[in-house]
Write a protein that binds this ligand. Structure first.
Ligand SMILES: Cc1ncc(COP(=O)(O)O)c(C=O)c1O
Length: 383
């Protein structure tokens, strides 16, 4: 917290230190910071519109992903178009993606490396390029993971990381863009002039939230977190009117500080993910997706149930026991009120929301918690 409060005194110095760290860690030529990952996506799409050689309005993204992506796409005046995920990897299905690239002629393809699992970004970047579309490597959930020898987030035209709660590094919010494309970086810098500055009041609030967050992270305290003043939960809603600000100095200082522990914290997540996978392997009625593009850092461990009713029972039991399970995400983003309908109606098989459950893998999850979680899941699937 002492380090974070330094970001209050000299926000620009804290941001510069973070930019230097990002460039050192990722090897990117350019790095730009903003208040959230969704702000980065919006800036990128605005910049891509300027650079596009022809008029394109669609942006392809997975049918199952966080709601902030379509919100950013709509804010940029573009149309979000869902593409289905492969159930065994939670990465794109190649045939369906190729078809969507041909049919929709998108401005951009967003590949999302879900739950810490790198996908086949090199392949998706090549397909996007062939189709004349930009490619964005969304590494909001894979900071510290690698894909084909490069840091996740470093494929295609640009990538980004999120510093929101529950990510590999949390700074109570924040987005980091990385790119090697000079013209894209220049266009994003130009767009970033529209971002609002961060007030000192907000900086102080970030510090207070960070203190509350780190005190309450332990799974058995999850239940009371939503009732505390000042602790904002991530809301799954379609909201293109999200704030678009520069990154606060406090956020930048928190991120720099937490980065020192990233390798260790990802190692714990890998270890916990592997332990849970081994314990749940072979359980009939539950599939555990396998990453298709590199070793996962298991931000959360996803489980895909055959039967939505079994998923509901397991979720209720785990949540009641305070074991840090969550329904991520509660529904397909294109079903959210206010979200524009996709150009063609997605088949119900694209909607993984009723069957997915994710388990916590962070440092505070104990071996006992994991054993209990496995026991409860096995009981609900095979009563
Ligand atoms: C896959 C993915 N992309 C983008 C985002 C957006 O990041 P942020 O919450 O920082 O706006 C998130 C986080 O919620 C995410 O999980």
């Amino acid at each position: 917290m002492v380090a974070a409060s330094r970001g209050l005194d000299d926000p620009e110095a804290a941001r510069q230190k973070l930019r230097e760290r990002v460039i050192r860690e990722t090897g990117a030529r350019h790095c730009l910071l903003a208040s959230s990952g969704r702000t980065i996506v919006w800036l990128l799409l605005e910049a891509m519109k300027r650079l596009a050689v022809d008029e394109r309005n669609a942006v392809l993204l997975p049918a199952h992903t966080c709601a902030s992506l379509p919100s950013a796409i709509v804010r940029a005046g573009l149309t979000p178009v869902p593409v289905p995920l492969d159930e065994t990897t939670l990465d794109h299905r190649e045939g369906a993606l190729v078809e969507a690239l041909e049919r929709h002629r998108p401005l951009a393809l967003l590949a999302v490396n879900l739950f810490g699992m790198p996908g086949r970004s090199p392949r998706w970047a090549a397909l996007a390029r062939e189709a004349g579309a930009f490619f964005v490597d969304d590494a909001a959930q894979t900071l510290g993971a690698a894909c084909s020898g490069r840091p996740s987030g470093r494929w295609g035209d640009a990538g980004f990381y999120s510093l929101a709660r529950g990510k590999n590094i949390t700074a109570m919010g924040g987005g980091i863009l990385v790119t090697d494309c000079d013209d894209l970086a220049d266009a994003v810098e130009e767009e970033a002039k529209r971002l609002s500055p961060v007030s000192r009041r907000r900086e102080v609030r970030t510090l207070v939230e960070a203190m509350a967050f780190w005190t309450l992270l332990r799974p058995h305290l999850y239940g009371i977190t939503p009732h505390l003043p000042g602790v904002r939960l991530q809301v799954f809603e379609h909201n293109p009117n999200f704030p678009t600000r520069t990154m606060g100095g406090t956020q930048a200082a928190l991120a720099c500080r937490s980065w020192r522990h990233l390798t260790e914290s990802n190692a714990t997540r890998r270890h916990n993910g592997a332990r849970l996978r081994a314990a749940l392997a072979g359980l009939s009625g539950v599939q555990i997706p396998t990453p298709s593009g590199g070793e996962a850092v298991w931000l959360r461990l996803p489980l895909l149930f055959d039967d939505p009713a079994a998923r509901d029972r397991a979720a209720a039991a785990l949540i009641a026991a305070g074991l840090g399970a969550s329904i991520t995400y509660p529904q397909a983003w294109y079903h959210l009120p206010g979200c524009p309908s996709p150009p063609t109606t997605p088949p119900s098989t694209w909607d993984l929301a009723p069957r997915l459950l994710t388990l916590a893998t962070h440092t505070y999850v104990t071996r006992g918690d994991m054993a209990k979680a496995v026991h409860l899941i096995s009981h609900e699937v095979q009563p």
